[in-house]
Design a protein around this ligand. Structure first.
Ligand code: GDP
Length: 407
């Protein structure tokens, strides 16, 4: 059993939000696919592992109906845990969306590159504004006729009142969409026309025909970053070309303070653009250490336990599973915790990390993490679990608590 608790700075708790049909499901599936494949490659050093993984996925289907799924993604040699929290896309589930927004630390807003910003995206965006959730934008479906990144970016600014930081430019359009130019690194990431699942992009020089446009877009990006970030402004005005690390750091600061939102693009369906989106999630979205303490509880494994149950599901094999977000402290199998609202103690049964294709039993979870717990009999959605010696109620929510079936 793996009991290693990931370092807090390497955890990303995020939701993917979108207007219905914009591509939330497809993007989520691709995220789970690429993280599963890349992890397997890293672990086994064997090409055959990829084929096995793909077969397994085909046979079982990817579990994206779970309230939260964990995956791993390495950036610059550092492995990160990304917990994807399911955010209902339909506007009827607004209350559920709000509940999820309390549990996640950052979000990816997926837009349809043809339709741009649609009414439901606006609703969810405003909800995320209220909770101060830092966001990235992914303009999807650039392979479709009539898709237009610039128009969608204008809509993000005008309709959502956000400051978009366009960090990529598309290479090719519609059926000829090939990939993106990374405006920070100033290189192009290109996929084959019929990129298969798992296909990594080829990194090449910015195509000559797009060099001038890319330079202009980069100047706009750096200018906007400098205008809103003092530290970056000093480098920029000093006349030195900012390094990639300095630029990423400034974009991260602006994203974390919700002053700006980085915009990426691609086509999830045609497997182009999701791997750079994963890099951006790790680069720009917050870890639990970057968000303010809840009820004065710091994101610290050594502090007393404070956790929120945000969904109860009925699993065909395991029975009642309670999904919890830990804000501080540790949760361990066998421990006794207090549900202060009910004044009842509960015993923690097995703890699982839900992965795309399996459940991983872990003996303990740490602050900032999101896991599924067996054995809780009393606790329902919106209720707190805490250390009996240090009771705290995490802003209880009075919402109906549906028990959903998962496969
Ligand atoms: P959701 O309702 O936001 O979860 O959207 P889905 O992921 O189910 O996608 C809605 C439809 O758009 C499906 O038919 C997808 O196959 C299609 N779709 C998703 N991403 C893309 C894309 O990048 N390009 C194109 N052409 N179609 C896409």
């Amino acid at each position: 059993m793996r009991t290693t608790i990931p370092h807090l700075s390497t955890v990303r708790n995020i939701g993917i939000m979108a207007h219905i049909d914009a591509g939330k499901t497809t993007t989520t599936e691709r995220v789970l696919f690429y993280t599963g494949v890349s992890h397997r490659i890293g672990e086994v050093h064997d090409g055959a592992a990829v084929t096995d993984w793909m077969k397994q996925e085909r046979d079982r289907g990817i579990t994206i109906t779970s309230a939260a799924v964990s995956c791993r993604w390495a950036l610059d040699g550092v492995e990160h845990t990304i917990n994807l929290i399911d955010t209902p896309g339909h506007v009827d589930f607004t209350i559920e969306v709000e509940r999820c927004l309390r549990v996640l630390d950052g979000a990816v807003a997926v837009f349809d590159g043809v339709a741009g910003v649609e009414p439901q995206s606006e609703t969810v965006w405003r909800q995320a504004d209220r909770y101060g959730v830092p966001r990235l934008c992914f303009v999807n479906k650039l392979d479709r006729t009539g898709a237009d990144l610039s128009r969608t970016v204008e809509m993000i600014a005008e309709r959502l009142g956000a400051l978009p930081l366009v960090v990529q430019l598309p290479v090719g359009a519609e059926g000829g969409f090939r990939g993106v130019i990374d405006l920070v690194a100033m290189e192009a990431l290109l996929w084959p026309a019929d990129a298969g699942l798992g296909e990594a992009p080829e990194t090449v020089a910015v195509p000559a025909g797009l060099a001038a446009e890319a330079e202009r877009a980069r100047s706009r990006l750096l200018g906007a970053v400098a205008e809103h970030d003092e530290e970056f402004m000093e480098t920029y005005l000093g006349g030195d070309e900012p390094t990639e690390a300095e630029t990423h750091a400034a974009i991260r600061r602006l994203t974390l303070s919700s002053a700006a939102t980085p915009v990426l693009c691609g086509t999830a369906f045609r497997n182009k653009g999701v791997q750079p989106l994963l890099d951006a999630i790790v680069r720009y979205l917050p870890s639990p250490l970057d968000v303010p303490p809840v009820e004065g509880r710091p994101a610290d494994d050594g502090a007393p336990l404070a956790a929120l149950a945000f969904k109860v599901m009925s699993d065909r094999h395991l029975g009642r599973l309670t999904f919890v977000r830990l804000y501080s402290g540790r949760l361990e199998t066998g421990a006794t915790v207090l549900n202060p609202l009910r004044g009842r103690k509960e015993r923690i049964g097995k703890i699982y990390r839900m992965r795309a294709n399996r459940r991983e039993e872990i003996g303990a979870a740490g602050a900032g993490d999101i896991v599924a717990v067996m054995g809780l009999k009393q606790t329902t959605t919106g209720e707190t679990l805490c250390d009996p010696a240090h009771p705290v109620v995490l802003d209880a929510m009075d919402f109906p608590a549906p028990v959903l079936e998962i496969a």
